[in-house]
Design a protein around this ligand. Sequence first.
Ligand code: AGP
Length: 598
Amino acid sequence: MCGIIGYIGNKEVVPILINGLKRLEYRGYDSAGICVLSQNKLETVKKKGQITELENELIGRGINGTMGIAHTRWATHGDSSVVNAHPHLDCKNKIAIIHNGIIENYGALKKILEAGGHKIISDTDSEIVAHLIEKFYNGNLEEAVIKAIKYIEGTFGLVVICESEECIIAARRGSPLIIGIGDDEMFVTSDASAILEYTRKVIYIKDDEIVTLTKNSYDVKNLNGNLVNSEIQEIKWNLKEIEKAGFKHFMLKEIYEQPHSIENTLRGRIRDNKIKLSFDIDPKLINKIIITACGTSWHSALIGKYLIEKISGIETVVDYASEFRYRNPIIKDNDLLIAISQSGETADTLAALRVAKNCKTLGIVNVVGSSIAREVDFGIYLHAGPEIGVASTKAFTCQVTALILFSLFLRQELGLELDSKLINELSLISEKINSILDKADKIQEISTNFKDAKNFLYLGRGINFPVALEGALKLKEISYIHAEGYPAAEMKHGPIALIDENMFIVFIINRGEIFEKVISNMQEVRARGGNIITITDCPEDEMIKKLSNFIISVPQTQEELSPLINVIPLQLMSYFVADAKGLNVDKPRNLAKSVTVE
Ligand code: AGP
């Protein structure tokens, strides 16, 4: 989720680039950099931290010119550091690139380039693109870029300049790139917010298209070098709307990003039905797995227990980090501790990780280079992109996806056969989530019935009990309505005393061996006048229809993947209820995005 901006025209480029980077700050980043053609040389400055620090670094450097590129980095490969910041250069500092996306085969390409004498100084995947272009460059930058990107597997929004040509080359596959058309000036950016004050005339580059920009021309070609038609469009949005990509809140935007963010978590990690992670583990040596986390991440941890035990057979226990850290827990040398954290900075989770001094540790983290990511022995990054809404949505589904991958990886390393049906179903899950998002208006219609509700119960069984907990947390943290999650069978041990006509009860019920059990729980609730909202993959079932006040149908999937499906309507419901109440969905009262204090 990096930010990209390039400019070629008659104006001083540095202020335009810095201003553009500031417009991109909302996307989240850890470092930034700029490269300008100044007195016929490429001048590059990179900094960690705020854009203003980069701006200050440029004062007095005498860097001026009318062509340049700039980048805000959200690290995916390699920690946040100056050397890993973009732009990246070739060996001779004559070619500069900025990149957004994930290069899946960068390891193999790096080996080939280093064998060819290239010196690669960062530990990013992006840098190899500069060297690949250098390898093919012979005086025609566009040609060299076309040759280079034919070797790349993965995604890129790529912008390139070189010392000897007055042009900018841009190419895209899977990461957005937009051309801005001005008067005797051209822009390229990942996000229209960066150029909106200069022009509203844009061209959205399509996958496998390459564009050559000069200050008064743009050529859009396919990878065979043939010109393609491109439509100039007018941006109608204002700045705020653009930052949220037209969604009313970041939370809604992030709910809709989940099909794509799950694909990013999976990207490059399943090949020919084999799971590829960036570390080796011998599961035969593991005594038990301890998963520790907080909040939503603790819910994905509970799902992880079901997944790891069912798929790999390894005993797994789950603990709130805030409890684990003070309990003097029993940790065996051959245990494996997993810390799950979107931010990688949650104080309780970090403290819990530090308690586990005598065993190996694995982090499942979104923010690259965060404290937890740096302190674990090995990790699985989510690659979900920045999650800005305080209520965690895409991080949760990406954590569950990472836990599915890890469970399959353990099974594979035990020498057991993998369930190819499950792996195939995993490749379909984004489409299935999209089918739920496509009917969000129906979920919104149902949700407006609950905006004045005072109490909710969320009930699920098995792997969907933690989903019930997550649905309850979503509702309470953004709509301030009291909600509790319970295993459905727990009703008769107390909570059923709460049921009356003022109580709303969400049931999560999928076809399978416990279907009838949940139906009987629904009957108990219905008999006491409770209002039932049913999330189900069998909406046509007679009992479901008889017992439910509202039914939200979801597509069928395999049980292990059902949390990825069942949580979507719960996220949407909580969002629509809170929005109907006119509450601050992205920044709910009393809450912080990352709880870095005890
Ligand atoms: C989830 O919606 C909450 N914002 C909160 O529970 C969050 O999941 C928890 O604070 C853990 O954060 P982490 O994943 O960054 O460690």
